[in-house]
Design a protein around this ligand. Structure first.
Ligand SMILES: [Zn+2]
Length: 242
């Protein structure tokens, strides 16, 4: 698929995306590839990663963060407490932030915005038992690329009224929205989110990875059929939007 813009965005399945900016920087959003059953094998390896963004601490979003960070040494943006946990694992170059804040990394201006979700990090204690670490709060990001194009990655969330504020303030050109239901928005909620955000190009995510994530792009199209000019860009895992 083509947007006629100087970046490319590859869907790695679930909520994971690889963005290559116009200046050639590689941004990985929600690093989960090795255990991600939707990620094509050939896309589990990277030549470089300049920036990693983490929406929250659940394994299906942070699963490969530590390994990939140690290998590629990217800048990493995450909420403050998740950065502390990453630092405790020996990860360098974390750039902690919180909701409402903006910072520029790898040429991309990042604004952290709300998401309505949980953020516990599953870890092991010194006896090898499972423990859940407080990871701060779940978030989404608005990315402003070098040419001004704005991308909103909602993270895992339900629909919430402040999406109207995200739409008013940042006017995203493209949004990645979860539609799978059970742990996030269903297509019905995602359609409501589209109306609040005023966005006209939407990539559905966080569906079909596991059987309980039952929402589909077809159901989203049906629920949002009243939205004039809306394009639902249903990428297959491995597919690139250019
Ligand atoms: Zn998730």
């Amino acid at each position: 698929m083509s947007l006629g813009r100087p970046f490319s965005l590859t869907y790695l399945g679930h909520a994971t995306f690889r963005l290559t900016t116009g200046s050639g920087k590689v941004v990985l959003l929600d690093p989960w590839v090795m255990g991600n059953p939707a990620c094509p094998e050939a896309l589990r390896k990277f030549d470089r990663i300049d920036l990693m963004l983490i929406t929250h601490g659940h394994f299906d979003h942070i699963g490969d963060a530590v390994d990939l960070a140690k290998k590629h040494k990217p800048d990493i943006a995450a909420v403050f407490e998740t950065c502390l946990w990453l630092q405790s694992k020996g990860v360098e170059k974390t750039s902690p932030m919180n909701k409402g804040g903006t910072q520029k990394l790898a040429g991309v201006s990042l604004t952290m915005v709300s998401a309505d979700h949980s953020c516990g990090i599953l870890d092991k204690d010194d006896k090898g038992r499972d423990v859940v670490i407080y990871g701060g709060e779940a978030c989404g990001y608005v990315l402003t690329l070098e040419d001004g194009f704005r991308i909103y990655h909602a993270g895992d969330t339900n629909v919430f009224g402040d999406m109207k504020i995200i739409g008013d303030l940042y006017k995203p050109d493209l949004a990645m929205l979860p539609i799978g239901d059970l742990f996030t928005m269903s297509p019905r909620e995602a359609a409501y989110a589209i109306r609040l955000l005023g966005v006209k190009k939407v990539i559905p995510m966080h569906f079909a990875t596991f059987p309980p994530l039952t929402g589909t792009p077809e159901a989203l199209r049906e629920q949002a059929r009243d939205v004039a000019g809306l394009e639902i860009l249903a990428l297959e895992p491995g597919e690139t939007l250019r």
